[in-house]
Design a protein around this ligand. Structure first.
Ligand code: F0G
Length: 463
C-alpha cells in the first residue's frame, strides 16, 4: 500500500516556541515597520517564510559534530573533514571556505573579472550581480524562453538559453572570464536546470575555452528534480546526480546556508591551480586563513555533516513534496502561482491576483502586508519594489510581481503548511479589497530592505 501522508523524515527533540499575536497587534506592528516586512521584529512573526537562507534546523548529528570540532587556526581537523566532503561531492581540486555565498562571489569576481567583461548566467542572484557589477563588468541573464511564461509547465524552466550563450561567447571573445549556471534558479522561481542543459553548456564553453561555474546553493534540490523529471536518472542517487552535475564544471560558489543545512558558511571550489592560488591570496585579506575562511571549526563541522544529510532521498522527497502540496492546495483555492512550484519556495503571482493594483503601487508588497496582518506569515516581494528602481533614477515595472514563500529546511511541519494554505485561501476571498502601497522614503540602493511605505488609500484593505 502506497500511503499518501507527507511524513517529515525526522522526529523533533528540541523545540522553539512561536508566538501568537492578535490581528490588531500585527496591524500595529506592520504600521510601525512602515509596511516593510524586513523591518518587523521576528518575534512578531508566526510563520517566517522570508528566506530559506541560514534559517534551517540542524540535526543531532550536526550539533554532535560541532561539539567535537578542532578550532586550530591553521590546518584544523575540521577543515580537512569539510574539504574532503566538498571534494567528494564536487570532484573539484581546491576548496576555499568562506563565511557565506556572497564572500565566495566577491573573491571569485574580484580575482577573475575585469572592467568591460561579461558574465552570463541563467539568472544572476542579486549578490552575484552586485559583485560582478562592482568590478565594472556586466552580469548578463540568459534564461530559457520557457521561463518567461509563469504558467508554462516545462520541467526545467531554470535552464540557460544555449543558443544565446553560444552567441555571446562567439561575439565577445576574450571578454567572458567565466560562465555561471545557478542551480536551482532562485531569481527565476526556484526552477531546476536539466543535466542535459549543464552538459551542453559545458560543451559550448569548452569550444570557446571559457570555464563553467555552478552557483550551487541548492544543488541537492536540483539533483532531486533531475531524478524525478529527466529521462535516465530515476535509478541514480541524488549524490551520483550531484557528482555528475559538478563533473561538467571548472568551479563552484556555494552558500552553505541553503543546501549545506547550516546557519552560516559557504565555499569557493576551483580546479585551476593558478586561479585557486590567486583566490586564496584574496581570501586572506578579508575572510581569515585559508583553512577556516571566516568560519569557526564548528561551522565547518556543521556544513560537512549537512552536505551529507541534504542528499538523503527521504529528506529531499519530503522537502520538495511539501512545497508541491501547498501549491496544489493554493491552486484548488484559485490563488495564482508561478508554476511548476520551486524546490525551496512558492511564488504567488500578485499581478494576476490583484489586477486592480498598478505596478507602481507594488501589488506583491500589498499582498505580503495583508498576509502578515491576517495570518502572521512573512514572505518577500520579488517585484517592482525590489527591481523597479534603475541607477539612472527612472522607474520601470519588474518582469513579474511575485511574493515568494521560502521554506526554511526541516523547521515547519505539515500542519504549519496547512495553516499557510488556509490563510492564503482566506486572503484570496479578500483580494478585491486589497489596496496598494506607496513609497514615502527610500535609500539609493537595495531599497526593498529599508524603504518606508504607506497605504495609498489610507488602509491596506478597503472597509
Ligand atoms: N546565490 C543564490 C542563488 C542565492 O539564493 C543566494 C542567497 C546567494 C547566492 C548568496 O548567498 O546569502 O550566503 O551570501 N539567497 C538568499 C535568499 C539570501 O533569500 O534567496 P549568501
Amino acid at each position: 500500500m502506497q500511503f499518501q501522508t507527507i511524513l517529515e523524515p525526522f522526529r523533533v527533540r528540541s523545540v522553539e516556541p512561536i508566538r501568537h499575536t492578535t490581528r490588531e497587534e500585527r496591524a500595529h506592528a506592520l504600521a510601525h515597520a512602515h509596511y516593510n516586512v524586513f523591518q518587523l521584529d521576528a518575534r512578531d512573526v508566526l510563520i517566517d517564510l522570508l528566506t530559506d537562507s541560514g534559517t534551517g534546523a540542524m540535526s543531532a548529528a550536526q550539533w554532535g559534530a560541532m561539539m567535537q570540532s578542532d578550532e586550530s587556526y591553521a590546518g584544523a581537523r575540521s577543515f580537512h573533514r569539510f574539504r574532503d566532503v566538498v571534494a567528494a561531492i564536487t570532484g573539484l581540486q581546491h576548496v576555499l571556505p568562506t563565511h557565506q555565498g556572497r564572500a565566495a562571489e566577491r573573491i571569485l569576481f574580484s580575482t577573475a573579472a575585469r572592467a568591460g567583461d561579461i558574465v552570463p548566467n541563467n539568472t544572476h542572484f542579486d549578490t552575484t550581480r552586485a559583485n560582478i557589477e562592482d568590478r565594472g563588468a556586466t552580469a548578463l541573464d540568459l534564461p530559457c524562453a520557457e521561463s518567461r511564461d509563469p504558467q508554462a509547465l516545462h520541467p526545467f524552466k531554470g535552464n540557460i538559453d544555449l543558443v544565446a550563450l553560444e552567441r555571446v561567447l562567439a561575439e565577445h571573445p576574450g571578454r567572458v572570464p567565466l560562465v555561471m549556471i545557478t542551480v536551482t534558479n532562485n531569481s527565476g522561481g526556484g526552477q531546476p536546470v536539466a543535466m542535459a542543459n549543464i552538459r551542453e553548456a559545458r560543451t559550448i564553453c569548452q569550444r570557446h575555452g571559457v570555464p563553467l561555474f555552478l552557483d550551487a546553493c541548492r544543488f541537492a534540490e536540483n539533483a532531486w528534480f533531475i531524478k524525478q523529471r529527466e529521462p535516465g536518472y530515476a535509478d541514480r542517487t541524488p549524490r551520483e546526480i550531484a557528482q555528475e552535475m559538478f563533473s561538467y564544471c571548472d568551479g563552484a560558489t556555494m552558500s552553505a546556508k541553503k543546501d549545506g543545512l547550516a546557519n552560516i558558511g559557504g565555499f569557493l571550489a576551483i580546479n585551476d591551480d593558478d586561479l585557486a592560488q590567486r583566490c586564496r591570496n584574496n581570501l586572506i585579506l578579508t575572510e581569515g586563513f585559508v583553512t577556516y575562511g571566516g568560519l569557526a571549526g564548528y561551522d565547518l563541522e556543521a556544513i560537512a555533516t549537512g552536505l551529507t544529510e541534504v542528499l538523503d532521498e527521504e529528506y529531499l522527497r519530503y522537502r520538495v513534496r511539501s512545497i508541491a502540496y501547498l501549491a496544489e492546495r493554493l491552486q484548488a483555492a484559485d490563488v495564482p502561482l508561478l508554476l511548476p512550484p520551486g524546490g525551496h519556495a512558492l511564488y504567488l503571482d500578485a499581478r494576476r491576483l490583484l489586477p486592480h493594483i498598478p505596478w507602481n503601487e507594488y501589488p506583491a508588497c500589498a499582498l505580503g502586508a495583508v498576509l502578515y496582518v491576517e495570518g502572521g506569515i512573512r514572505a518577500v516581494e520579488i517585484g517592482s519594489l525590489m527591481f523597479g528602481h534603475h541607477p539612472d533614477g527612472t522607474e520601470h515595472p519588474a518582469p513579474h510581481e511575485l511574493l515568494r514563500l521560502a521554506f526554511p529546511r526541516r523547521v515547519y511541519t505539515q500542519s504549519h503548511v496547512d495553516y499557510v494554505a488556509e490563510v492564503l485561501a482566506y486572503v484570496r476571498t479578500r483580494a478585491a479589497s486589497i489596496r496598494g502601497l506607496k513609497i514615502i522614503e527610500q535609500p539609493s540602493a537595495l531599497r526593498h530592505f529599508s524603504a518606508k511605505l504607506a497605504p495609498v488609500h489610507g488602509a491596506i484593505l478597503a472597509p
